[in-house]
Design a protein around this ligand. Structure first.
Ligand code: DCP
Ligand code: MG
Ligand code: MN
Length: 348
Protein backbone atom coordinates (compact mmCIF):
# COMPACT_ATOMS: atom_id res chain seq x y z
CA UNK A 1 0.00 0.00 0.00
CA UNK A 2 1.22 3.47 -0.85
CA UNK A 3 2.94 5.24 2.00
CA UNK A 4 1.56 8.73 2.16
CA UNK A 5 -1.93 8.07 0.95
CA UNK A 6 -4.52 10.41 2.34
CA UNK A 7 -2.07 12.00 4.76
CA UNK A 8 -3.36 15.47 5.44
CA UNK A 9 -0.43 17.84 5.96
CA UNK A 10 -2.52 20.21 8.11
CA UNK A 11 -3.09 17.49 10.73
CA UNK A 12 -1.31 18.37 14.02
CA UNK A 13 -0.02 14.78 14.16
CA UNK A 14 1.18 14.69 10.53
CA UNK A 15 4.84 14.06 11.42
CA UNK A 16 3.97 11.27 13.84
CA UNK A 17 1.61 9.73 11.31
CA UNK A 18 4.25 9.85 8.57
CA UNK A 19 6.72 7.92 10.69
CA UNK A 20 4.15 5.38 11.87
CA UNK A 21 3.17 4.94 8.22
CA UNK A 22 6.77 4.15 7.26
CA UNK A 23 6.88 1.56 10.02
CA UNK A 24 3.54 0.18 8.84
CA UNK A 25 4.78 -0.03 5.23
CA UNK A 26 7.79 -1.97 6.47
CA UNK A 27 5.57 -4.47 8.29
CA UNK A 28 3.24 -4.67 5.28
CA UNK A 29 6.10 -5.66 3.00
CA UNK A 30 7.20 -8.23 5.55
CA UNK A 31 3.70 -9.72 5.92
CA UNK A 32 3.44 -8.96 9.64
CA UNK A 33 -0.34 -8.78 9.51
CA UNK A 34 -1.08 -8.21 13.17
CA UNK A 35 1.36 -5.34 13.39
CA UNK A 36 0.01 -3.86 10.18
CA UNK A 37 -3.52 -3.90 11.58
CA UNK A 38 -2.40 -2.31 14.86
CA UNK A 39 -0.49 0.43 13.05
CA UNK A 40 -3.30 1.18 10.63
CA UNK A 41 -5.83 1.41 13.46
CA UNK A 42 -3.55 3.75 15.38
CA UNK A 43 -2.86 5.91 12.32
CA UNK A 44 -6.55 6.14 11.56
CA UNK A 45 -7.33 7.14 15.17
CA UNK A 46 -4.52 9.68 15.24
CA UNK A 47 -5.73 11.24 12.01
CA UNK A 48 -8.99 12.08 13.71
CA UNK A 49 -7.39 14.01 16.57
CA UNK A 50 -7.58 17.80 16.45
CA UNK A 51 -4.65 18.35 18.84
CA UNK A 52 -1.11 17.07 18.81
CA UNK A 53 -0.66 13.93 20.91
CA UNK A 54 2.53 14.35 22.93
CA UNK A 55 2.71 11.54 25.47
CA UNK A 56 2.16 7.84 25.73
CA UNK A 57 -0.63 8.28 28.27
CA UNK A 58 -2.50 10.74 26.04
CA UNK A 59 -2.21 8.24 23.21
CA UNK A 60 -3.46 5.33 25.35
CA UNK A 61 -6.67 7.22 26.03
CA UNK A 62 -7.56 7.11 22.35
CA UNK A 63 -9.63 4.15 21.21
CA UNK A 64 -7.67 2.15 18.64
CA UNK A 65 -4.24 2.89 20.07
CA UNK A 66 -2.68 0.14 22.17
CA UNK A 67 0.08 0.42 24.77
CA UNK A 68 2.98 -0.42 22.50
CA UNK A 69 1.87 1.96 19.80
CA UNK A 70 1.33 4.65 22.42
CA UNK A 71 4.96 4.28 23.51
CA UNK A 72 6.10 4.54 19.89
CA UNK A 73 4.13 7.77 19.50
CA UNK A 74 5.85 9.27 22.53
CA UNK A 75 9.22 8.12 21.21
CA UNK A 76 8.58 9.86 17.88
CA UNK A 77 7.40 13.09 19.50
CA UNK A 78 10.21 13.33 22.04
CA UNK A 79 13.16 12.07 19.97
CA UNK A 80 12.00 12.80 16.42
CA UNK A 81 13.02 9.25 15.55
CA UNK A 82 11.82 5.67 15.76
CA UNK A 83 14.55 3.21 16.71
CA UNK A 84 12.74 0.18 15.28
CA UNK A 85 12.48 1.91 11.90
CA UNK A 86 16.18 2.72 11.90
CA UNK A 87 17.01 -0.88 12.78
CA UNK A 88 14.93 -2.03 9.84
CA UNK A 89 16.79 0.36 7.55
CA UNK A 90 20.09 -1.16 8.72
CA UNK A 91 19.18 -4.75 7.88
CA UNK A 92 21.47 -6.18 5.19
CA UNK A 93 20.19 -5.52 1.66
CA UNK A 94 17.31 -3.47 3.01
CA UNK A 95 17.15 -1.23 -0.07
CA UNK A 96 17.14 -4.05 -2.59
CA UNK A 97 14.49 -5.91 -0.60
CA UNK A 98 12.22 -2.86 -0.41
CA UNK A 99 12.74 -2.21 -4.11
CA UNK A 100 11.91 -5.78 -5.17
CA UNK A 101 8.84 -5.91 -2.94
CA UNK A 102 7.39 -2.97 -4.89
CA UNK A 103 7.42 -5.02 -8.10
CA UNK A 104 3.99 -6.36 -9.07
CA UNK A 105 3.51 -10.01 -8.06
CA UNK A 106 6.61 -10.15 -5.89
CA UNK A 107 6.43 -11.32 -2.27
CA UNK A 108 9.02 -11.79 0.43
CA UNK A 109 10.11 -15.22 -0.75
CA UNK A 110 10.88 -14.06 -4.26
CA UNK A 111 12.61 -10.90 -3.04
CA UNK A 112 14.83 -12.95 -0.72
CA UNK A 113 15.61 -15.45 -3.47
CA UNK A 114 16.74 -12.68 -5.81
CA UNK A 115 18.89 -11.12 -3.11
CA UNK A 116 20.47 -14.53 -2.42
CA UNK A 117 21.15 -14.83 -6.15
CA UNK A 118 23.07 -11.57 -5.96
CA UNK A 119 20.62 -9.22 -7.65
CA UNK A 120 20.36 -5.70 -6.26
CA UNK A 121 18.80 -3.49 -8.93
CA UNK A 122 15.94 -3.56 -11.41
CA UNK A 123 18.49 -3.81 -14.22
CA UNK A 124 19.93 -6.94 -12.56
CA UNK A 125 16.42 -8.40 -12.64
CA UNK A 126 15.80 -7.49 -16.28
CA UNK A 127 19.14 -8.85 -17.43
CA UNK A 128 19.58 -11.93 -15.28
CA UNK A 129 16.61 -12.97 -13.15
CA UNK A 130 14.07 -15.57 -14.11
CA UNK A 131 10.98 -13.35 -14.20
CA UNK A 132 7.39 -14.46 -14.65
CA UNK A 133 5.45 -12.64 -17.34
CA UNK A 134 3.68 -10.47 -14.75
CA UNK A 135 6.87 -9.74 -12.86
CA UNK A 136 8.51 -8.61 -16.09
CA UNK A 137 5.62 -6.19 -16.66
CA UNK A 138 6.05 -5.05 -13.07
CA UNK A 139 9.77 -4.37 -13.56
CA UNK A 140 9.47 -2.80 -17.02
CA UNK A 141 6.76 -0.41 -15.80
CA UNK A 142 8.05 -0.07 -12.27
CA UNK A 143 7.96 3.73 -12.07
CA UNK A 144 4.52 4.03 -13.68
CA UNK A 145 2.94 1.35 -11.51
CA UNK A 146 4.38 2.86 -8.34
CA UNK A 147 3.02 6.32 -9.08
CA UNK A 148 -0.31 7.19 -7.52
CA UNK A 149 -3.18 8.17 -9.82
CA UNK A 150 -4.55 11.70 -9.26
CA UNK A 151 -8.30 11.83 -8.69
CA UNK A 152 -8.91 13.78 -11.93
CA UNK A 153 -7.18 11.05 -13.91
CA UNK A 154 -9.20 8.33 -12.18
CA UNK A 155 -12.29 10.22 -13.35
CA UNK A 156 -11.02 10.54 -16.93
CA UNK A 157 -10.18 6.81 -17.03
CA UNK A 158 -13.63 6.13 -15.60
CA UNK A 159 -15.33 8.23 -18.29
CA UNK A 160 -13.49 6.35 -20.99
CA UNK A 161 -14.46 2.91 -19.73
CA UNK A 162 -18.04 3.99 -19.05
CA UNK A 163 -18.46 5.28 -22.60
CA UNK A 164 -17.12 2.09 -24.15
CA UNK A 165 -19.19 -0.10 -21.83
CA UNK A 166 -22.37 1.82 -22.70
CA UNK A 167 -21.64 1.50 -26.41
CA UNK A 168 -21.52 -2.26 -25.98
CA UNK A 169 -24.62 -2.48 -23.82
CA UNK A 170 -26.87 0.36 -22.67
CA UNK A 171 -28.10 -1.60 -19.64
CA UNK A 172 -24.70 -1.60 -18.02
CA UNK A 173 -24.14 0.13 -14.67
CA UNK A 174 -20.64 1.07 -13.77
CA UNK A 175 -19.17 2.63 -10.61
CA UNK A 176 -15.64 3.31 -9.46
CA UNK A 177 -15.10 1.81 -6.00
CA UNK A 178 -11.95 1.47 -3.90
CA UNK A 179 -10.12 4.46 -2.49
CA UNK A 180 -11.68 6.72 -5.15
CA UNK A 181 -15.17 6.10 -3.81
CA UNK A 182 -13.89 6.75 -0.29
CA UNK A 183 -12.92 10.21 -1.50
CA UNK A 184 -9.15 9.79 -1.71
CA UNK A 185 -7.18 12.52 -3.56
CA UNK A 186 -5.18 9.83 -5.30
CA UNK A 187 -5.46 6.09 -5.78
CA UNK A 188 -3.12 3.15 -6.18
CA UNK A 189 -5.31 1.70 -8.91
CA UNK A 190 -8.76 2.12 -10.40
CA UNK A 191 -11.46 -0.33 -9.25
CA UNK A 192 -14.52 -0.77 -11.44
CA UNK A 193 -17.61 -2.49 -10.27
CA UNK A 194 -19.94 -3.37 -13.10
CA UNK A 195 -23.40 -4.88 -13.36
CA UNK A 196 -26.25 -5.15 -15.87
CA UNK A 197 -29.92 -4.62 -15.16
CA UNK A 198 -31.87 -7.85 -14.87
CA UNK A 199 -28.90 -10.15 -14.24
CA UNK A 200 -29.12 -12.71 -11.43
CA UNK A 201 -26.00 -14.88 -11.78
CA UNK A 202 -22.31 -14.13 -12.24
CA UNK A 203 -22.28 -16.25 -15.36
CA UNK A 204 -24.59 -13.67 -16.97
CA UNK A 205 -21.74 -11.15 -16.95
CA UNK A 206 -18.84 -13.29 -18.20
CA UNK A 207 -19.41 -12.69 -21.92
CA UNK A 208 -19.76 -8.96 -21.34
CA UNK A 209 -16.41 -8.85 -19.55
CA UNK A 210 -14.78 -10.55 -22.53
CA UNK A 211 -16.34 -8.05 -24.92
CA UNK A 212 -15.39 -5.07 -22.81
CA UNK A 213 -11.80 -6.18 -22.29
CA UNK A 214 -11.52 -7.16 -25.97
CA UNK A 215 -12.64 -3.77 -27.20
CA UNK A 216 -10.52 -1.80 -24.72
CA UNK A 217 -7.48 -3.90 -25.67
CA UNK A 218 -7.97 -3.34 -29.41
CA UNK A 219 -8.19 0.39 -28.78
CA UNK A 220 -4.89 0.28 -26.94
CA UNK A 221 -6.55 1.60 -23.78
CA UNK A 222 -5.77 -1.64 -21.95
CA UNK A 223 -2.08 -2.40 -22.29
CA UNK A 224 -1.68 -5.70 -20.43
CA UNK A 225 -3.72 -8.36 -18.66
CA UNK A 226 -2.31 -9.60 -15.36
CA UNK A 227 -4.92 -11.88 -13.85
CA UNK A 228 -8.45 -12.97 -14.52
CA UNK A 229 -10.88 -15.22 -12.69
CA UNK A 230 -14.39 -16.53 -13.15
CA UNK A 231 -16.38 -17.90 -10.28
CA UNK A 232 -19.74 -17.56 -8.62
CA UNK A 233 -18.24 -14.79 -6.49
CA UNK A 234 -17.83 -12.66 -9.62
CA UNK A 235 -15.88 -12.11 -12.79
CA UNK A 236 -12.58 -10.40 -12.19
CA UNK A 237 -10.01 -8.92 -14.49
CA UNK A 238 -6.78 -7.23 -13.38
CA UNK A 239 -4.49 -5.40 -15.74
CA UNK A 240 -3.02 -2.14 -16.91
CA UNK A 241 -4.33 0.80 -18.93
CA UNK A 242 -3.15 4.12 -20.33
CA UNK A 243 -5.25 7.25 -20.67
CA UNK A 244 -5.28 8.61 -24.27
CA UNK A 245 -3.75 12.06 -24.66
CA UNK A 246 -7.00 13.62 -25.93
CA UNK A 247 -8.67 12.64 -22.64
CA UNK A 248 -5.98 14.00 -20.34
CA UNK A 249 -7.54 16.33 -17.76
CA UNK A 250 -5.88 19.75 -17.74
CA UNK A 251 -2.93 21.01 -19.76
CA UNK A 252 -2.21 18.50 -22.52
CA UNK A 253 1.37 19.66 -22.97
CA UNK A 254 1.93 18.07 -19.54
CA UNK A 255 0.65 14.69 -20.76
CA UNK A 256 2.80 11.60 -20.46
CA UNK A 257 1.44 8.11 -21.13
CA UNK A 258 1.55 6.37 -17.73
CA UNK A 259 0.62 2.73 -17.18
CA UNK A 260 -2.06 2.46 -14.51
CA UNK A 261 -3.36 -0.59 -12.64
CA UNK A 262 -7.02 -1.28 -13.38
CA UNK A 263 -9.39 -3.84 -11.82
CA UNK A 264 -12.82 -4.93 -13.00
CA UNK A 265 -15.36 -6.78 -10.88
CA UNK A 266 -18.54 -7.82 -12.71
CA UNK A 267 -21.46 -9.05 -10.65
CA UNK A 268 -25.17 -9.67 -11.18
CA UNK A 269 -27.58 -6.92 -10.19
CA UNK A 270 -28.85 -9.09 -7.32
CA UNK A 271 -25.38 -8.96 -5.71
CA UNK A 272 -24.43 -5.42 -6.67
CA UNK A 273 -24.86 -3.85 -3.20
CA UNK A 274 -22.76 -6.48 -1.44
CA UNK A 275 -20.06 -6.35 -4.11
CA UNK A 276 -20.02 -2.55 -3.98
CA UNK A 277 -19.68 -2.65 -0.21
CA UNK A 278 -16.77 -5.07 -0.55
CA UNK A 279 -15.04 -3.23 -3.38
CA UNK A 280 -15.33 0.14 -1.63
CA UNK A 281 -13.51 -1.04 1.50
CA UNK A 282 -11.29 -0.23 3.04
CA UNK A 283 -10.18 -3.72 3.93
CA UNK A 284 -10.26 -3.02 7.69
CA UNK A 285 -13.76 -1.63 7.42
CA UNK A 286 -14.79 -4.75 5.49
CA UNK A 287 -13.33 -6.94 8.21
CA UNK A 288 -15.25 -5.12 10.94
CA UNK A 289 -18.53 -5.34 8.97
CA UNK A 290 -18.06 -9.08 8.48
CA UNK A 291 -17.30 -9.52 12.16
CA UNK A 292 -20.47 -7.64 13.00
CA UNK A 293 -22.41 -9.99 10.73
CA UNK A 294 -20.89 -12.98 12.54
CA UNK A 295 -21.87 -11.52 15.92
CA UNK A 296 -25.47 -11.19 14.77
CA UNK A 297 -25.55 -14.78 13.58
CA UNK A 298 -25.36 -13.74 9.95
CA UNK A 299 -22.72 -13.97 7.25
CA UNK A 300 -21.62 -11.05 5.10
CA UNK A 301 -19.59 -11.69 1.98
CA UNK A 302 -19.06 -10.27 -1.50
CA UNK A 303 -22.38 -11.73 -2.64
CA UNK A 304 -24.72 -10.69 0.12
CA UNK A 305 -25.79 -10.81 3.72
CA UNK A 306 -27.04 -14.28 4.69
CA UNK A 307 -28.93 -15.65 7.68
CA UNK A 308 -29.03 -19.21 8.98
CA UNK A 309 -25.58 -20.19 7.77
CA UNK A 310 -24.57 -23.40 9.51
CA UNK A 311 -20.89 -23.91 10.13
CA UNK A 312 -18.94 -26.92 11.28
CA UNK A 313 -15.44 -27.23 12.78
CA UNK A 314 -12.98 -24.71 11.42
CA UNK A 315 -15.87 -22.46 10.38
CA UNK A 316 -16.49 -24.65 7.32
CA UNK A 317 -19.86 -23.76 5.84
CA UNK A 318 -22.48 -26.54 5.77
CA UNK A 319 -25.22 -24.42 4.21
CA UNK A 320 -25.27 -21.09 2.41
CA UNK A 321 -28.25 -19.97 4.49
CA UNK A 322 -30.94 -17.62 3.30
CA UNK A 323 -30.20 -14.35 1.52
CA UNK A 324 -31.22 -11.32 3.57
CA UNK A 325 -29.94 -8.64 1.19
CA UNK A 326 -27.49 -8.39 -1.70
CA UNK A 327 -28.82 -5.82 -4.12
CA UNK A 328 -28.81 -2.66 -2.05
CA UNK A 329 -25.83 -1.42 -0.06
CA UNK A 330 -27.95 0.70 2.31
CA UNK A 331 -30.26 -2.20 3.11
CA UNK A 332 -27.26 -4.31 4.10
CA UNK A 333 -26.38 -1.72 6.75
CA UNK A 334 -30.04 -1.69 7.89
CA UNK A 335 -30.25 -5.47 8.11
CA UNK A 336 -27.04 -5.51 10.14
CA UNK A 337 -28.56 -2.92 12.44
CA UNK A 338 -25.77 -0.38 11.93
CA UNK A 339 -25.99 3.23 10.99
CA UNK A 340 -25.27 4.04 7.34
CA UNK A 341 -21.70 5.16 6.73
CA UNK A 342 -20.91 7.22 3.65
CA UNK A 343 -17.98 5.80 1.67
CA UNK A 344 -15.67 8.60 2.86
CA UNK A 345 -16.32 7.46 6.45
CA UNK A 346 -15.17 3.90 5.76
CA UNK A 347 -11.51 4.23 6.60
CA UNK A 348 -11.66 1.79 9.47
N1 DCP B 1 -10.30 -5.57 -0.44
C1 DCP B 1 -10.42 -6.28 0.76
N2 DCP B 1 -9.42 -7.10 1.17
C2 DCP B 1 -8.30 -7.22 0.44
C3 DCP B 1 -8.15 -6.52 -0.77
C4 DCP B 1 -9.17 -5.70 -1.18
O1 DCP B 1 -11.44 -6.14 1.44
N3 DCP B 1 -7.32 -8.03 0.85
C5 DCP B 1 -11.37 -4.67 -0.86
C6 DCP B 1 -11.32 -3.40 -0.06
C7 DCP B 1 -10.60 -2.45 -0.95
C8 DCP B 1 -11.09 -2.88 -2.32
O2 DCP B 1 -11.21 -4.29 -2.23
O3 DCP B 1 -10.92 -1.11 -0.66
C9 DCP B 1 -10.18 -2.46 -3.44
O4 DCP B 1 -8.87 -2.98 -3.25
P1 DCP B 1 -7.57 -2.12 -3.56
O5 DCP B 1 -6.41 -3.01 -3.33
O6 DCP B 1 -7.68 -1.51 -4.92
O7 DCP B 1 -7.52 -1.01 -2.40
P2 DCP B 1 -8.04 0.49 -2.34
O8 DCP B 1 -8.76 0.87 -3.59
O9 DCP B 1 -8.78 0.60 -1.07
O10 DCP B 1 -6.71 1.36 -2.21
P3 DCP B 1 -5.70 1.79 -3.40
O11 DCP B 1 -5.83 3.28 -3.58
O12 DCP B 1 -4.35 1.41 -2.90
O13 DCP B 1 -6.08 1.05 -4.63
MG1 MG C 1 -7.93 0.54 -5.45
MN1 MN D 1 -7.77 -2.71 -6.83
Amino acid sequence: KGGTKDAKPDNPNADTIAMLQSMCDHYTRNNEHWRVTAYRRAISALRQQSTKILTSSQAKDIAGIGDRLADKIEEIVTTGRLRRLEEAANEPNHEARELFLKVYDVGLQTAEKWIAQGYRTLDDLLERANLSRNQRIGVEHFDDLNTRIPRAEVEALGDHVRRVARELDSRVELLIGGSYRRGSDSSGDIDFIVTKKGTTASADLGPFLDELVGRLMRQGFLTAGLATSRSDTGNKWHGCCVLPKEEFPGDRTQYKPIWRRIDFLLVPETEFGAALLYFTGNDLFNRSMRLLGDKKGMCLNQRGLFRGVIRGPGRVKYTDGELVEGRDEKKIFEALGVQWREPHQRWC
